[in-house]
Design a protein around this ligand. Sequence first.
Ligand SMILES: [Zn+2]
Length: 139
Amino acid sequence: MYTLSFQWKIAGKTRTKIVRLENQIVIGRRAGSDVVITDPSVAGQHARMTQTGDNLSVTNLSTSNILISGRVNLAPGKSATLKSGDVLKLGNVDVTVSFVQLRNLKVRCSNCNTKIPADSETCPNCGASLITGGQMTTY
Ligand SMILES: [Zn+2]
């Protein structure tokens, strides 16, 4: 199972979102998307990431093309394989998609504020449950 880091800039501010890929991840402007990008050039549902075997693919849900790292021009309804570090151009927003090794990431326990490995299910310090719907803060 992949854990994906999405990073983009809006109005000069960098945003990061980390999501565990369970079935699919939808990126779009619409609230309720797994990765919400609030830019008017991004479609309500713009792209969907799915895992097929060991491959991660992206499907274009929008009505315009998605440029992937300047090498693939993905037409509406089409899918392509992604590699870590690829940049998806969604409307005017460049979104960098990285595959994350959870064990190398640290998060902060929301209960006791200790830094702990991101793949912990409970905090080793205070025992609090750390499964919070797939969204985490990275440090
Ligand atoms: Zn804790």
